[in-house]
Design a protein around this ligand. Structure first.
Ligand SMILES: Nc1nc2c(ncn2[C@@H]2O[C@H](COP(=O)(O)OP(=O)(O)OP(=O)(O)O)[C@@H](O)[C@H]2O)c(=O)[nH]1
Ligand SMILES: [Mg+2]
Length: 266
């Protein structure tokens, strides 16, 4: 995998035109904005876990995260790739871009992960195993066996109440809807209609899970232990929370609100 810059191995329409990657490895997508202190130590930990490649989607971070990512790609050619975007365009669009890349490159299993060590690379194995029998695996702090460590009470409350609120309004039977540590089988991503995804912050996580649910995909929650970030700063702000609060209602009254049973999901 050699994606040094937008346009290098990607054509004008954003399609992958590099060598098709052999199915087998999973792709861990890590969106970054000012994560230079974390990325250089996180990526080697991820690569150690097993058949995982990494795609960093960096939004021209002022702290030089993009250069750290390029260095990692040079060190592990074929296993680490980087997409550079011209500015801070939001978490949701970073993932949509990464998902497209994963589909074009032929990956069968694709994972979302934060760059700040809140998500433990060791737990990628549990998400991977869950995908043996599910289309989507949601890393869940609120499933039995899951939890959060060193997280301020107010952040836990926002996340937990947010998840309950979204679950109630959208009728989704999951405990953790705002987390960003997830796994997808290829067919789940391929059926998502990525161009229609509207949200950027936490709302993105809720929207994608709701889309998967409506499609009749098999979704499981996998307990994870969430750690407060070690270094760097949070990009969460009240705009992102407000977006999530409002978007839940837009999703509630959006079209095709029913879950469809797919023949292959029974
Ligand atoms: N490419 C890209 N990545 C982003 C953007 N906003 C956030 N991220 C990354 O998305 C991940 C999650 O963001 P965080 O700031 O950790 O959000 P959070 O986990 O809700 O907040 P904390 O727990 O306080 O860290 C991190 O890897 C960020 O660097 C963005 O606009 N573009
Ligand atoms: Mg974080």
């Amino acid at each position: 995998m050699q994606v040094r810059a937008e346009g290098a191995d990607v054509d004008a329409g954003g399609r992958w035109r590099g060598q098709a990657y052999p199915a087998g490895n999973g792709l861990v997508i890590i969106p970054t904005y000012n994560e230079a202190e974390n990325l250089g130590t996180l990526v080697p930990r991820v690569l150690e876990q097993g058949p995982f490649d990494v795609l960093v989607v960096d939004d021209d971070s002022p702290d030089g995260t993009g250069a750290v990512a390029d260095e990692l790609a040079r060190r592990w050619p074929g296993r680490v790739g980087v997409l550079h975007r011209p500015g801070k365009l939001g978490l949701g669009t970073a993932y949509v871009r990464g998902f497209r890349y994963a589909l074009e490159a032929g990956y069968e299993r694709v994972f979302e992960m934060d760059a700040d060590f809140s998500h433990d690379p060791h737990q990628l194995a549990a998400l991977w195993s869950a995908l043996d029998s599910a289309d989507v695996a949601l890393g869940s702090r609120y499933a039995p066996g899951g939890g959060s460590r060193h997280r301020p009470l107010w952040r836990r409350a926002v996340s937990r109440i947010g998840s309950r609120y979204a679950a109630l309004i959208l009728g989704l039977p999951f405990r953790d809807l705002t987390g960003g540590f997830k796994g997808f089988r290829r067919r789940a991503l391929a059926s998502l209609e990525l161009e229609g995804v509207r949200s950027s912050g936490y709302a993105f996580q809720i929207e994608v899970t709701q889309r998967c649910w409506r499609l009749g995909l098999r979704i499981v929650e996998v307990p994870i232990l969430f750690e407060e970030r070690r270094a760097g700063y949070s990009k969460m702000d009240w705009r992102i929370v407000a977006e999530a609060l409002l978007l839940v209602w837009a999703l509630r009254f959006g079209s095709a609100a029913r879950r469809e049973a797919q023949p292959w999901a029974r």
